[in-house]
Design a protein around this ligand. Structure first.
Ligand code: PEP
Ligand code: MN
Length: 263
């Protein structure tokens, strides 16, 4: 169902003033984790100011260690919604448990399935039964074929509104957090009709190369770019080393606008 053979026309997913996959790429930005009302509000104000209308923020955090911050859970979703409503933004947040999917629909506009859960087939099937678009991340070591099959689980369960997001894969290279597989973008666009995004934060883990990698993604045909932004990255409860602060985000976004690749 997700292949170009089964459907030639691009899937276009409306998200407020953005038509995801409609030929005009967008940026989704926001903190790694929702930490507080004030933190999310500071980011939302910056996004609104820049003209970005889609905000991300994790409430359920699948952390490597069980001793790390696990997210605010439903309280995090409440904060995200309250702030998004105030600023007129659309939201994306990760859900890790099928039992939370229905409730999440009351709070967020797009449900993210994280890299660690790309192979969680029960979660994928449950995501196929909800009435919200799904942002599906590529697994840490997933092939493109496995990635497309994961999307097939969601679509074949009833939800055709799936956005794919390349977020870097594991390789021997240590210069970046993961290796951004830029070739996945045109391959996914050729082989599937689903929108394709690129996460420049988790793929690179290096602030100094996020703008060039975002431009490469857009030049390769990506429908959107995700980047993490935090008002005080040094104090962030997750991904402190790689979230842009607000002035850095403005520079990042200006650079993309200046490239003409967002138009
Ligand atoms: C995230 O986007 O919050 C996240 C945890 O990313 P990934 O699943 O790609 O590691
Ligand atoms: Mn993160």
């Amino acid at each position: 169902l997700v292949s170009r053979q089964s459907r030639q026309a691009d899937t276009v997913i409306p998200l407020g003033d953005v038509a995801v996959g409609g030929g005009r790429p967008f940026v989704v930005a926001g903190p790694c984790s929702v930490e507080s009302y004030a933190q999310v509000r500071a980011v939302a104000a910056a996004l609104k100011n820049a003209g970005v209308s889609v905000m991300r923020g994790g409430a359920f955090k699948p952390r490597t260690s069980p001793y790390e911050f696990q997210g605010l859970g439903i309280e995090g979703l409440r904060i995200l919604k309250e702030v998004a409503d105030e600023f007129g933004l659309k939201t994306i947040s990760e859900i890790v448990d099928p039992a939370h999917l229905e409730l999440a629909c009351d709070y967020v506009d797009v449900i993210q399935i994280g890299a660690r859960n790309m192979h969680n087939f029960e979660l994928l099937k449950a995501a196929g039964r909800v009435g919200k678009p799904i942002l599906l991340k590529r697994g840490l070591s997933a092939t493109i074929d496995e990635f497309l099959h994961a999307a097939e689980y969601v679509v074949s369960s009833g939800n055709g509104d799936v956005m794919l997001i390349e977020r870097g894969i594991r390789t021997y290279e240590k210069a970046t957090r993961n290796t951004l597989d830029i070739s996945a973008v045109p391959i996914l666009k050729q082989e599937s009709h689903l929108p394709v995004l690129v996460d420049v934060t988790h793929s690179t883990g290096r602030k100094s190369i996020m703008a060039p990698c975002a431009k490469a993604a857009l030049a390769a045909g990506a429908d959107g770019v995700m980047v993490e932004v935090h008002p005080e990255p040094a104090k962030a409860l997750s991904d402190a080393a790689q979230q842009l602060d607000i002035p850095e985000f403005h520079r990042f976004y200006e650079e993309l606008l200046g490239s003409g690749l967002l138009a």
